[in-house]
Ligand binder design. Structure first.
Ligand SMILES: O=P(O)(O)OC[C@H]1O[C@H](OP(=O)(O)OP(=O)(O)O)[C@H](O)[C@@H]1O
Ligand code: HPA
Length: 180
């Protein structure tokens, strides 16, 4: 698997340090509000697991799985709910945890949905932000790293469902996409 990686963009230790830093910040911000922390499956799974353990405050955890209709590159922005939340967001302070914001279409949909469901507040925390990919106007409240406009994998992020279990963020060798 590792031989498929052209370049490591963010090392495991950098992810760990950044996650600790974000966790400390969120401990201060949320120590009195019992937020509902929502991980967006599947990509956010490792970050969600590490980040929530870096927050020293009471919180509730839930997960949502969404997928975009059709090819993402030409996506209409329409999103399908594959797995909905177990909890109600009404009146709650919501923190959405993502691995990456690229086009912003997934988060644009989720933020609107949670406002429609009458959340008290909706904040976005993402490990990676790829601002050059944006098609919808989404700005994270907390972003760990800004990445260039390239397809990245690892630490939850996949290519064809592979590489999610890499402990770092990297860029694939071009021949992997070309299938040779
Ligand atoms: O800003 P966007 O362009 O909407 O892209 C970001 C979304 O894309 C990825 O999920 P994906 O739909 O690939 O599902 P996955 O998490 O199961 O891999 C990622 O985990 C984000 O949820
Ligand atoms: O760069 C990416 N890598 C993996 N999944 C993604 N989903 C949106 N952008 C990306």
């Amino acid at each position: 698997m590792k031989e498929d990686i052209e370049k490591i963009l963010i090392q495991e230790v950098e992810i760990k340090e950044k996650t600790e830093e974000i966790g400390k910040q969120m401990t201060q911000e949320y120590k009195d509000s019992f937020p509902l922390v929502i991980g967006v499956l599947k990509g956010a799974m490792p970050f969600m697991a590490d980040l929530t353990r870096a927050i020293d405050a009471h919180l509730e955890i839930d997960f949502m799985d969404v997928s975009s209709y059709g090819n993402k590159m030409v996506s209409s922005g329409e999103v399908k709910i594959v797995k909905d939340l177990d909890s109600s967001v009404k009146g709650r302070d919501i923190i959405i945890v993502e691995d990456i914001i690229d086009s912003g279409l997934t988060l644009n949909y989720l933020v609107s949905l949670f406002h429609h469901r009458q959340a008290n507040s909706v904040k976005i925390v993402t490990l990676l932000d790829k601002p050059e990919g944006r098609k919808a106007d989404v700005v994270p409240d907390i972003a760990g790293f800004t990445v260039p406009d390239e397809f990245v994998v690892g630490y939850g992020l996949d290519y064809a469902e592979r590489y999610r279990n890499l402990p770092y963020i990297g860029i694939l060798k071009p021949e992997i996409y070309r299938g040779s």
